[in-house]
Design a binder for this molecule. Structure first.
Ligand code: FES
Ligand SMILES: [Fe+2]
Length: 394
């Protein structure tokens, strides 16, 4: 009888699965730990408060001391393991609510009220450096000293005359399919025409684009060209390894300037992703700025996950931009499953951004496994010039 050789598909499934892993003891988890990661919005942690967060499959306590400085330490108290965010903040330290052990921002225990004073020196919990940038809190969870805070910087956000808007959503799927979606310019012509057509779907029409991809010092430059009559609409993404996508998108009001948006698809663990968005909007008039801020305030609590059943029944939010665009991506990506089955896909030429991304990930994983130096990623000195899309075509 002929033997069925299913080693091939199994190996392929295993190879794909390894790309999605986020824990510290996995190769991909080690690749991811070489970078700064956004973990929360600054506005979500008031001085003197703590919250529980999870990043790269690790539970953590994020707190802001009374001085205003943010700290990130392990989730649990070293004594008997209760969750530290349920305690309280004293100065720049966090005190456990169970028996009062206290920790500083370096994870050092500084007080054990029911033990002999001065014996707490050997007690530590994990702690990671944090950095606040443009209203977003970042951390570095790798070995050794943190790299320069370079890749996450967005020069447009640092300019005078722009104001910044931040939001987040948490989705029940692996980070990689959310990241791959940002290297898939074709989906814009379909997914964002689905359900309802908002400002994004109107501005980026249904014409299928010609796509091209090039590896850069920062990540991947993605170009999508759509023919609109005798003109071309050229969309360029300044995509930053391992998952940051910077593009420009239309404003809520079609007459207002387009805004630069960076989406980071951050792995909470293998089955959850926090999508953090930083938008930089050229300030026009006080009235227009206020209207946009009001609109974003209204969108703040929207998380597509909370509307899962109605979205999958085809009921999309009645919204011109942010909620609708997120909901459309949500349906496409959650529809792939919690962890997309990449061994059964059928990639075409238009998916070459995704193929390039995976090749880079395998290359970087191999570097980790063989002890070779990883690529030294650097922010582009000259990022692509985004065209003036208020004119829509060029
Ligand atoms: S568990 Fe935290 S002080 Fe006992
Ligand atoms: Fe999308």
């Amino acid at each position: 009888m002929e033997k069925v050789d299913n080693q091939g598909p199994q190996k392929q499934a295993e190879r794909m699965r390894r790309l999605t892993e986020t824990a510290k003891d996995t190769t991909m988890g080690k690749v991811l730990r070489q970078f700064w990661h956004p973990i929360a919005l600054s506005k979500s942690v008031a001085p003197g408060t703590a919250k529980r967060v999870r990043l790269l499959s690790e539970d953590l306590t994020l707190y802001r001391g009374e001085s205003g400085t943010v700290h990130l330490v392990g989730a649990r108290c070293a004594h008997r393991g209760t969750l530290l965010h349920t305690g309280w903040i004293e100065g720049d330290q966090v005190r456990c609510m169970y028996h009062g052990w206290k920790y500083d921002g370096n994870g050092q225990c500084t007080e054990r009220p029911a033990e002999r004073a001065g014996t707490e020196g050997h007690v530590r919990i994990p702690a990671y450096p944090v950095r606040e940038y443009c209203g977003v809190i970042f951390t570095y969870m790798g070995e050794g000293a943190a790299p320069d805070f370079d890749l996450p910087r967005r020069m447009f956000c640092e300019q005078e005359g722009v104001f910044l808007l931040q939001r987040k959503e948490i989705w029940p799927c692996n980070w990689l399919q959310v990241a791959e979606n940002s290297l898939d310019a074709v989906h814009v012509s379909f997914a964002h025409q689905m359900g309802k057509v908002g400002a994004f779907g109107q501005a980026i029409p249904a014409e299928v684009p010609e796509v091209s991809y090039e590896e850069t010092s920062a990540g991947i430059c993605q170009t999508a060209v759509r023919k609109l009559g005798d003109k071309n609409q050229v969309r360029v993404s300044d995509w930053t390894f391992p998952y940051g996508n910077t593009v420009i998108i239309p404003n809520v009001n079609p007459n207002d300037p387009w805004m630069e948006v960076t989406n980071w698809m951050v792995p909470i663990d293998d089955e959850h992703t926090i999508r953090i968005s930083l938008r930089a909007v050229p300030s026009t008039s006080q009235e227009a700025d206020d209207a946009l801020k009001r609109y974003f305030d209204e969108c703040d609590d929207y998380n597509s996950t909370d509307y899962h059943d109605e979205l999958f029944a085809g009921h999309y939010p009645d919204d011109p931009l942010v909620r609708l665009t997120s909901a459309q991506d949500y349906v496409a990506l959650i529809g792939q499953g919690t962890i997309a089955d990449r061994a059964s896909e059928c990639l075409g030429a238009s998916d070459r951004g995704i193929s390039m991304f995976r090749k880079i990930l395998w290359r970087e994983m191999e570097a980790v496994e063989t002890g070779k130096p990883p690529k030294q990623w650097k922010r582009l000195e000259k990022p692509p010039q985004f065209m003036d899309y208020t004119k829509k075509t060029a």
